[in-house]
Design a protein around this ligand. Structure first.
Ligand SMILES: Nc1ncnc2c1ncn2[C@@H]1O[C@H](COP(=O)(O)OP(=O)(O)O)[C@@H](O)[C@H]1O
Ligand SMILES: [Mg+2]
Length: 313
């Protein structure tokens, strides 16, 4: 059974003494939006470059669309689009000229070439900016133009390396709406991002840390993976409640979010009631308290901590 569109086996890339990607075993299904999430230096860019057949692994292998990235890079390059973290647009060229430039690169000819360009302009919501120089576009519009250029040859798989880093939240959302459109067209997307809210928009997410895949699953499954339970509380005195709760047996961590405390506790019946009691004993009233599930960000931090603790053992 090989219904993976991307598959790696112990994929490894070292740079002298740095192991940027460490024995990665990854599978991506056709039509997925796969998110590669992790902090700076985790190995996201190196992974994407290995998958885009731009760089060779030092060990292990990767297959993309059924082709080995070292033995058969050419058929891979026809089937994929790759938007690098610093995608090179031509600042002096207009939006329309940039698209034509990339159409030339892929030797596109005939009437379908201009049709494709018009369609992409519309798709990227750039039609009314077609004559503007790329250098004079906003950051968000530059990213959309880069994406349109990446799509010029109708790739089946696209790799996007931190496409929204440094882009304002409204443009980020719009960019993701465009990615969702591509997903609905059946294109496979691999997107790296440092933003946890974007991880939520993926079909599956791989969390990278120090070149390794810490976890790889659906956002829902990842959020369900954290140990213990999470309780959200709205106390009258946030600061005092924070310190009081930290001393309760079985409480591992207390975080403040606005006027809410998020308490990570070991599993145990009655923890919620116990916390209420302790606060009441300190004359702190609680407006509301309930068990809740962790956010993506909380799940990731917890999983990375677990991984670090395992490594110390
Ligand atoms: N060409 C290179 N030469 C030497 N070290 C590199 C090179 N590319 C990446 N690295 C190192 O590999 C690690 C992973 O980098 P990278 O893949 O860029 O991570 P990310 O994209 O998640 O920030 C980092 O420690 C980085 O310094
Ligand atoms: Mg990177």
């Amino acid at each position: 059974m090989t219904d993976w569109v991307i598959e790696t086996h112990d994929l490894t890339r070292t740079f002298r003494d740095v192991t940027a990607v460490n024995q990665l075993n990854l599978q991506v299904k056709p039509g997925e939006i796969f998110g590669l999430v992790g902090p700076d230096g985790a190995g996201k860019t190196t992974t994407i470059r290995l998958l885009a057949a731009i760089m060779d692994p030092t060990d292990g292998w990767a297959k993309v669309a059924g082709f080995d990235t070292v033995q058969k890079p050419e058929p891979i390059k026809h089937r994929i689009g790759y938007m690098a973290q610093r995608f090179n647009l031509y600042g002096d060229l207009s939006v329309w000229e940039n698209l034509n430039f990339f159409a030339d690169v892929f030797a596109m000819t005939g009437p379908e070439r201009q049709e494709r360009i018009e369609r992409l302009l519309q798709f990227a919501r750039l039609t009314e900016f077609r004559d503007r120089r790329a250098a004079h576009l906003s950051g968000g519009m530059q990213k959309k133009l880069a994406l349109a250029c990446t799509l010029i040859h109708t790739p089946e798989i696209i790799f996007l390396d931190e496409p929204t880093t440094g882009v304002d939240p409204v443009s980020r959302r719009e960019f993701w709406d465009i990615l969702t459109d591509l997903h609905l067209q059946g294109i496979t997307l691999v997107v790296s991002t440092p933003y946890m809210d974007e991880a939520e928009r993926c079909s599956r997410v791989g969390l990278m840390y120090q070149g390794q895949l810490v976890v790889c699953d659906t956002p829902e499954a990842i959020k369900a993976m954290t140990e213990g339970e999470l309780i959200a509380l709205w106390p009258s005195d946030l600061r005092r409640a924070h310190d009081v709760l930290l001393d309760v047996d079985g409480v591992r961590e207390v975080q403040t979010y606005g006027d809410q405390l998020r308490v990570f506790a070991l599993d145990g019946d009655g923890m919620l009631a116990r916390l209420r009691e302790v606060l009441a004993a300190h004359n702190i009233t609680v407006k509301d308290a309930r068990r809740t599930s962790p956010r993506m960000e909380e799940a990731f931090i917890s999983l990375i901590r677990q991984r670090m603790a395992e490594q110390e053992d």
